[in-house]
Design a binder for this molecule. Structure first.
Ligand SMILES: [Zn+2]
Length: 250
């Protein structure tokens, strides 16, 4: 993950032109990542009841975990239940503070995580060192993991597949407001570049959006988009009610 994150950083800053990794290098990278994951899980001493159940293999997957009403209190829960989770550094800043000893620097990283299949989270981490700030942000993102209820709420489409969202949702972060609207199949992600990744990390393929907030940072847009997606769990009315309404308009 760290190697990948730094590569992203390089691309973001445009300082170095990174060459494409060869298939062998990619394979080695994936192997190393899987080894790190296995080690993180075997070294893990769960502090919560839900964590102990996950480590003992009593919880099958993330859906099972959330359905039981648990919250992610330990990042290893996510390591264990979502083996192929994707991680991406979305924002990185270096800040200077004047202290008695002179200037002291610290790094602030924001990391997005997602399984590409309805789970997404964003987290922030600060540290005096570069790598630990990214690691802290990744852990925070896993603990802030949200389940996204996908669906097709598009009047033009009306299929039953989870390619979009079930209804219109809105999310906030500081001054930013992101509104997401269901779109028919094939529309793609009609959203700003800042939040495209949030949607694809959550496994949403077609959506329209409206955003407000001009002086906002990338992180504000990302957080507002995650917040909007989390609102898909708040059903406005039940499926049963929806069927009745549908029957009435016929
Ligand atoms: Zn559809």
């Amino acid at each position: 993950m760290i190697a990948m994150a730094i590569q992203d950083m390089g691309q973001r800053r445009g300082k170095r032109t990174e060459r494409e990794l060869t298939p062998e290098e990619l394979e080695r990278q994936a192997l190393r990542k899987e080894e790190d994951r296995q080690k993180a899980i075997s070294d893990w001493v769960p502090k919560t009841e839900s964590g102990r159940m996950v480590k003992a293999g009593q919880i099958a997957n993330m859906d099972d975990f959330f359905t039981r009403g648990y919250k992610v209190m330990e990042p290893q829960v996510v390591d264990a239940l979502i083996p192929g989770i994707k991680e991406k550094l979305v924002h990185f800043t270096k800040t200077a503070r004047i202290t008695r000893q002179g200037r002291s620097f610290s790094f602030r990283a924001s990391v997005l995580v997602g399984d590409g299949n309805s789970y997404v989270g964003v987290g922030i981490g600060s540290d005096r060192e570069r790598i630990p700030s990214i690691e802290k942000a990744t852990r925070a993102a896993k603990m802030a993991l949200k389940r996204v209820k996908r669906g097709c709420g598009s009047w033009e489409c009306r299929c039953k597949e989870p390619h979009s969202i079930p209804f219109e949702v809105e999310g906030n972060s500081s001054s930013v407001r992101v509104r997401l609207l269901p779109a028919p199949k094939g529309t793609g992600l009609v959203v700003g570049n800042h939040i495209k990744e949030v949607l694809s990390f959550a496994g949403v393929k077609d959506v329209w959006s409206k955003t407000k907030g001009s002086t906002a940072t990338t992180l504000d847009f990302v957080s507002a988009a995650v917040d909007a997606l989390a609102q898909t769990n708040k059903m406005r009315y039940s499926d049963d009610m929806e069927r009745k309404l549908e029957a009435r308009t016929r």
